[in-house]
Design a protein around this ligand. Sequence first.
Ligand code: NAD
Length: 364
Amino acid sequence: MLIQAEPLKKLVSVILEKGGSSNDEAQVVADHLVRANLAGHDSHGVGMLPFYVKRIQDKLLFPNQTPELVNSDGSILMFDGKRGYGQAIGKMAMEQALEKCRETGLVLMTLRNSHHLGRIGTYGEQSIKAGMVSLHFVNVTDHFPLVAPFRGSDARFSTNPICLAMPGTKKQPPVLLDMATSRIALGKARVAINKNEALKDGLVIDHKGQPTNNPNVMAGYLYPEQKDNPPLGALTPLGKYKGYGLALFCELLGGMLSGGGTIQPENPRHNSIINNMFTLVIDPARMVDVPWMEHEIEAIITHAKASPPANPEEPVLMAGDPERINEKERSVHGISIDDTTWEQILEGGETLGLAREELLLLTE
Ligand code: NAD
């Protein structure tokens, strides 16, 4: 089905409120999720809602938390998210980091023990809006691993994302690199399984560490109740040992330096998602002349984009362009939600006591 962003946000916020969130929290989380769909990242959009509803029922996610400042030392701010909605906790922690950065020019902010932070680019966008540069390294715990280390044959890491954000200029939109350190997300394997399609080369390995195009090696993670799943395989890291190195640093910076912990097996795994984030916020105006900086940003991007495309139908883009293109298109034509996801969202609302007809009315 195709649905416009506003009614979708309304539906999601009503379900979140029924799950115990204040109206303010429901608005922030719903806005984050719908904006992820608008940006084209459906894996981090409203399709996460049924998972959140279950985690609330399992007492692994607690609505209405605020980030607790556990250490403030010079330019260092360390927060504990108390298993609250990451989208709300992350936004509040970033607000405090940005405010401090206006004074100090540089802030190191860590956030541990937050439930799923969602699309990490959202926090980069928050910095960009404040005119700041930011770097984010995130690990994932409380969840079974999905990604193999380079040369390994089983999953030891998660899809540990990194986000780097640079404000734009009057002529040039901001640069926002926001990516997992695995080649694909688990959601892409799920789509291939559901469509009975082979995966492209190099994206997954089987249980012996051998390359395969069969997405079903990931089925045991997604559909553990199915009896005929092949033995568990793993996703591969981005760029071989380079992506593996970056994933490891997400563990060391995001997991370890935040005090939250890494995905090593002594730490708990409740089949929930805890994100720990290491963030640097920098005020570029404290470092270089702003008109010069803006000229350099425009010049380097113009330089990159002037490269003649190898395929005339695919011009050179920069990080952040695909999301802007998606947002423009989806804001007009609506967000496409597959039937299974839509059904799961409605069922999530029903398990909280909302009537399906009431939910459907909100989408009209
Ligand atoms: P992706 O592969 O779609 O894109 C990654 C980045 O590459 C984006 O910044 C995009 O703008 C850029 N890009 C894409 N095509 C480009 C091109 N042709 N030229 C230049 N740049 C281009 O994203 P992904 O790695 O699948 O990650 C998807 C989302 O999942 C992200 O928002 C990430 O934060 C999120 N994520 C979150 C978690 C979590 O635990 N919270 C874990 C993993 C991923």
